[in-house]
Design a protein around this ligand. Structure first.
Ligand code: FES
Length: 56
């Protein structure tokens, strides 16, 4: 599933970045070489990160 349409970032990529230590969407996106644009994805990206970190 795509989290960020602007950057075509997948949920799996965000989850992986969170497991590797990214604590917010900006740092997660940076890990895959991108950065937020429109910002619409940020609430969902935060949820994905929070869930991944809770599982870790
Ligand atoms: S959907 Fe992620 S920045 Fe636009």
């Amino acid at each position: 599933m795509i989290v960020c349409v602007c950057n075509a970032i997948r949920e799996s990529e965000v989850r992986q970045a969170a497991r590797e230590g990214a604590s917010c969407p900006v740092s997660a996106y940076r890990r895959v070489g991108r950065r937020p644009r429109c910002g619409q994805c940020l609430p969902f990206a935060r949820e994905v990160i929070a869930a991944a970190r809770a599982d870790a």
